[in-house]
Design a protein around this ligand. Structure first.
Ligand code: ARG
Length: 459
């Protein structure tokens, strides 16, 4: 009866579904080059110690480079069911090219546990450096636009309600500093990604006295992972990358959300370039901000990888467990999502048309109610009192249907005798903006200073 239940699924070896379930070749093949570089460094170090001969090393190196060439030219043929992962596949092919006698010596003292950690770290380091450059390019566009469009004034919002006038540049820079912090954080992450696991063995270390420093230097690592058990088990570098990317995508998502709102007919502050919009298959008039919506949507996916992988890690016993193979796919997808998203955000901003007239027209005299209160503060009235007085002006304006800046001098004077003729000067949006000249404010000088600080952060 055992046969009736199970027989059909067993072919003498592993359950075919288990073969598929276990294999990682179809995604970890992207690490082919890192795997080969790591193997060459490992073989060189073993040759230095006399574990293999110089002639054997040369044969291994040539063979490994031949395997690399096959990957690069798309001629590497994966053997289904045999090539479990990139390490197995490369070694199998190496044996076919240079013969098993020498190929069989490559893995002396080595474990796939240290190999996968090495491959992932090398790959991720290079990808994160590329992302660093994308982020710098995006920040440079933010700084350049902030400089060029510094005279554009728009409504600033809290609770999505009109609050106070601000410079359009001030809005851009508010996100600019968030992205600049992401850039700083990325530098920290890269430091911990770029450490070498090579020479850690399966868990206990290398028994042939391999020169770990030599291998780390050859591969461009900044240092070693100092405990072999920790070295093979550590995927914090992946978790940290996912956490980093989640924060960045959170910023991108909020940035996109603002622009989606600003691009509606009701706001009309910005217009997306055709290159970053799509039409409707039904409604001919539609121009949809798909790029921004995808930026917002993909942030959920990035965040999900982070949360999911933290769940994978928690509760694992020490050193290598196969669960760790689940770190590869989230890393690959996350890095692609984040890298693409930064470039799309950059493209959107670089081609965005602003509508300063619409921004101007959306300013409302009520947005100067705080300035009205501040006016009396400058005459020595306590702010709590001036807040109340200004509130009464707002109420009068609402009751009479008169815009606040059109209330007569007599009407204002009746509310508070300390209003003078110069009260008319308060109702000026640009003046309001220019009053905010303390560091970090929206006045021209403050914004120019921000641009300077941001540029220094970009490096
Ligand atoms: N494909 C494996 C991974 O990604 C490589 C390490 C396998 N090690 C092992 N002991 N089974 O984690």
């Amino acid at each position: 009866s055992g046969n009736m239940l199970w027989g059909g699924r067993f072919t003498g070896g592993l359950d075919p579904l288990m073969v598929h379930y276990n294999e990682s070749i179809y995604f970890d093949k992207v690490l082919y080059k890192q795997d080969i570089l790591g193997s060459i460094a490992f073989a060189r170090a073993n040759a230095k110690n006399g574990i293999i001969s110089q002639a054997e090393f040369q044969k291994l190196e040539q063979g490994l480079l031949a395997v690399q060439k096959e990957w690069e030219t798309g001629t590497f043929a994966i053997v289904p069911g045999v090539d479990e992962d990139i390490h197995t596949a490369n070694e199998r092919r190496l044996g076919e090219i240079i013969g098993k006698d020498v190929a069989g010596k490559l893995h002396t003292g080595r474990s796939r546990n240290e190999q996968i950690a090495t491959d992932m770290r090398l790959w991720l380091r290079d990808e994160l450096h590329a992302i660093e450059e994308h982020l710098r390019a995006f920040l440079r566009v933010i700084a350049a636009r902030a400089e060029q469009e510094i005279d554009v004034i728009m409504p600033g919002y809290t609770h999505l309600q009109r609050a106070q006038p601000i410079r359009w540049s001030h809005w851009m820079l508010s996100y600019g500093f968030a992205f600049a912090s992401d850039l700083e954080r990325l530098g920290e992450v890269i430091k911990r990604v770029n450490r070498s696991a090579l020479g850690c063995g399966a868990l206990a270390g290398n028994p042939f006295g391999i020169d770990r420093d030599m291998m780390a230097a050859e591969l461009g690592f900044d240092g070693l992972l100092w405990n072999s058990m920790g070295g093979v088990a550590d995927r914090d570098f992946v978790a940290e990358t996912l956490q980093w990317g989640s924060m960045l995508m959170q910023h991108i998502s909020r940035w996109a959300e603002d622009l989606i709102i600003y691009s509606t007919g009701e706001f009309g502050f910005v217009r997306l370039a055709d290159a970053y919009s799509t039409g409707s298959s039904l409604m001919p008039q539609k121009k949809n901000p798909d790029s921004l919506e995808l930026l917002r949507g993909k942030s959920g996916r990035a965040f999900g990888h982070m949360a999911g992988f933290m769940m994978t890690l928690k509760g694992l016993p020490s050193t290598y467990n196969k669960d760790l193979q689940e770190s590869v796919e989230p890393m690959l997808d996350h890095v692609k999502t984040v890298g693409d998203s930064i470039q799309i955000a950059n493209g959107v901003l670089a081609t965005l048309a602003i509508q300063p007239d619409k921004m101007q027209a959306s300013l409302d005299p009520f947005m100067l109610a705080t300035d009205l209160a501040d006016y009396l503060v400058r005459k020595g009235v306590p702010f709590r009192e001036t807040h109340h007085i200004s509130g009464r002006c707002v109420a009068l304006s609402e009751q009479t249907g008169t815009p606040m800046n059109e209330l007569s001098y007599a009407q204002l004077k009746a509310i508070d005798a300390r209003f003078d003729k110069d009260i008319a000067d308060v109702f000026d949006y640009e003046k309001s903006v220019e009053m905010r000249s303390a560091k970090g404010g929206t006045s021209k000088s403050s914004v120019l200073e921000q641009i300077k600080v941001l540029k220094a952060m970009i490096g």
